[in-house]
Write a protein that binds this ligand. Sequence first.
Ligand code: 3PG
Length: 223
Amino acid sequence: MTATPVVQPLFRQATELLRGAGIMPVVTVERAGQGRSIALALAEGGLGAIEITLRTPAALAAISAAKRDVPGMLVGAGTILDPAQAQDALAAGADFIVTPGTTPALAEALAALPIPCIPGAATISEMLALAALGFESLKLFPAVPIGGIALLNSVAGPLPQLRFCPTGGIDEASAPAFLALPNVVCVGGSWMVSKEWIAAGRFDAVTESAARARALIDARPSA
Ligand code: 3PG
């Protein structure tokens, strides 16, 4: 029998960050200024963290702008695919890093970073490899297509030490059932920051959706 790896402070911090956030809005921006506007709108609705994906050229500048202009908001970099992007996100001032999936090289690089990281996993083998490096909280992605709640319940048996931020296919209606699971510390999704709202400058709609998400967090069983 192998010893359970000791959870390092930064790995534990990632768990606390997710637990504190409760719901993680996942945002893709076309312009840097949108990072600031969206972060402000989410903060106004009562949310404390945002994941800005590195899927567009504007993402790194948006992270810096949101960090600079929305004090108190935790600004993470998402869709980190390789160690170089992780370094770029760190240089842009990201508070934390999220990956959709995690190669062995990326996992090693994340484990060495000075900020909390939430590596993505979809299979038990990937979860095992990350747990062996000491990671405690993982992004389950894409959560709904790969099994959603049934998968999370099944994983709790063999891997009771792991905590998850399921993301992918979750919306306002389905979020509470995920938040109620003992091994879920946070739920991620883009429903609070719909592309249509952002394109139309409907930040009031973002704030309203964020406020409804805040109410779901406050109503979760562990709250
Ligand atoms: C992500 O990268 O986390 C997803 O794009 C968010 O998934 P959703 O759009 O299905 O919520």
